[in-house]
Ligand binder design. Structure first.
Ligand code: C2O
Ligand code: CU
Length: 433
């Protein structure tokens, strides 16, 4: 299902004959239990949580510069809140209970209202007990179109997820167990892709917006049947388009690909045993006028340029976990020896400060580190600036610098997006301005 807010507004304004602005009735996203067909049609169903009757929740689609106006209603039996992952957002709208807003209790709601500064592929998800609520299905895509999007025949969102379910479809309800927390997190037993379009034509030019919404699984991915380029990561356009090669998405990461269809589009998760096919987009017919233009970079994002020399350099050590040895934290994982949230922020940054953060993964597990409210550059090992991201992936024992301009005032989380790790210590917060 796709909700086009702009079309909706335009129609109702016409009917009522009054200006759009005075009609800003919010879109409602209602979190509630749903029955979902995770396994193939005909197999068993799964009791999940969803928005407006479905998981994934509805695709929200806007244009860059639009205002998002969403009424969140909580009809589940736990507190919750909505986080708009990757959006350079007004801090009060960031959706982190206890840090940026009060918890949204069962039977209550919260209004989210903010402008969308960047075009790109984003997503929304629960930010309370997320290791359980996201695993149960409380997430959906948030797509922000460029003012002048590249011309394609299909703009396709592809959700990638795994679920820990029985062969009957029944949810395995061992959420938050200590083994998952201290190891790789809650890995599913079944994985698939959910494309927003089920058929294309041979010769069509497509834009694929891949979103890994899994709470723990890193997906290596091979896509057959298309030829094209990677044009954006984590919503942010790449300065130069990149070859498709072997792809990898850590939890919460996104990737935009623009490509031409030559055959059935198949999404394959390579494994040492045999490839695991996660889904397809079928090819029916052919496009009589296939696009022949080059695939070129998307319009540049208007982000702050980092200072040539960072104002500060700070190291953040990722520590703990199974086989991780001694660390100073009082929970399973820690950052610089501290587990979880503290009363005072880990760091305060002046507005506009450029900071080099050295992420030093001292643990025996991979992590995907996410900073709220900002994008940062990954720094290549030769010191050159890499792509802008909001979530950076570190293999076990890997060290990576990121360079961030702290251009957005407020209180922002910095945490592992393996959500079991976040729940058991691998999170902190910073304050800007
Ligand atoms: Cu996508 Cu703090 O999360
Ligand atoms: Cu982690």
């Amino acid at each position: 299902m796709q909700l086009n807010r702009r079309k909706f507004l335009a129609t109702s304004a016409a009917v009522l004959g009054c200006p759009k602005a005075s009609l800003a009735a919010p879109l409602v996203l209602r979190a509630a239990p749903v029955t979902a067909q995770i396994l193939p049609e005909g197999d068993g169903t799964t009791q999940m949580l969803g928005f407006n009757g479905a998981t994934p929740g509805p695709e929200l689609r806007y244009r860059q510069g639009d205002t998002l106006d969403v009424r969140f209603e909580n009809a589940i039996d736990q507190g919750s809140a909505l986080h708009w992952h990757g959006i350079r957002i007004d801090n009060a709208m960031d959706g982190v209970p206890g840090l940026t807003q009060p918890m949204v209790g069962p039977g209550t709601g919260f209004d989210y209202h903010f402008t969308l500064p960047d075009a790109g592929t984003y997503w929304y998800h629960s930010h309370n007990r997320s290791w359980e609520q996201v695993a149960r299905g409380l997430y959906g895509p948030l797509i922000i179109e460029e003012q002048h999007p590249p011309k394609v025949d299909h703009d396709i969102t592809v959700i990638i997820d795994d679920w820990r379910i029985e062969r009957t479809g029944e949810m395995i309800e061992d959420f938050g167990n200590r083994h998952d927390f201290s190891h790789a997190g809650r890995l599913g037993t079944y994985a698939k892709v959910i494309p927003s379009v089920s058929t294309v034509r041979r010769g069509d030019r497509v834009r694929l917006r891949l979103i890994n919404v899994a709470t723990a699984r890193v997906f290596p991915l091979e896509i057959s049947g298309i030829e094209g380029k990677v044009v954006a990561l984590d919503g942010m356009p790449l300065a130069a388009v990149q070859a498709m090669g072997p792809l990898m998405l850590a939890p919460a990461q996104r990737m935009d690909i623009i490509a031409d269809v030559s055959d059935t589009v198949a999404f394959v998760f390579p494994t040492p045993q045999e490839p695991y096919e996660m889904g397809q987009i079928a090819v029916i017919g052919y496009n009589p006028e296939p696009s022949t233009s080059d695939i070129t970079p998307l319009p540049k994002a208007r982000v702050n340029q980092p200072a040539a020399t960072p104002d500060r350099s700070i190291t953040l050590a990722l520590q703990g976990g199974a086989m991780g040895g001694q660390h100073g934290g009082d929970d399973i994982w820690s950052l610089n020896g501290v587990s979880g949230m503290t009363d005072a922020p880990w760091q305060r940054f002046a507005l506009g400060e450029t900071v080099r953060l050295t992420l030093d993964n001292q643990t025996a597990f991979p992590h995907g580190i996410h900073l709220h409210g900002h994008h940062f550059h990954e720094v290549h090992t030769d010191g050159s600036l890499g792509p802008l991201r909001d979530t950076t992936f570190l293999q076990r024992r890997e060290v990576r610098d990121i360079l961030c301009v702290f251009g957005n005032p407020g209180k922002w989380l910095l945490h592992c997006h393996m959500l079991d790790h976040q729940a058991s210590g691998m999170k902190t917060w910073i304050e800007v301005g």
